[in-house]
Ligand binder design. Structure first.
Ligand SMILES: [Zn+2]
Length: 70
């Protein structure tokens, strides 16, 4: 009865210094417009934890005053 405790498949947030599990997957182009610093700039998709996703949304919101159609 072997139970793997350490799953290799844990999904970790891609923001530098963050080790939380991610909740959202975003395109790097979207994240590149924000001040979030990533562990790697070589990603296509960026994974963000709840907290960083909130931050991301906050920052993109201010960039989007022109189109208010959501
Ligand atoms: Zn994070």
């Amino acid at each position: 009865m072997a139970e793997a405790k350490h799953s290799v498949d844990i999904k970790i947030c891609d923001v530098a210094g963050c080790d939380k599990e991610y909740e959202r997957s975003l395109n790097i182009k979207q994240v590149a417009q924000t001040t979030l610093k990533l562990k790697s700039n070589d990603l296509r998709n960026v994974h963000l934890c709840k907290e960083h996703y909130k931050e991301f949304k906050k920052e993109t919101k201010t960039n989007r005053e022109l189109d208010s159609v959501y």
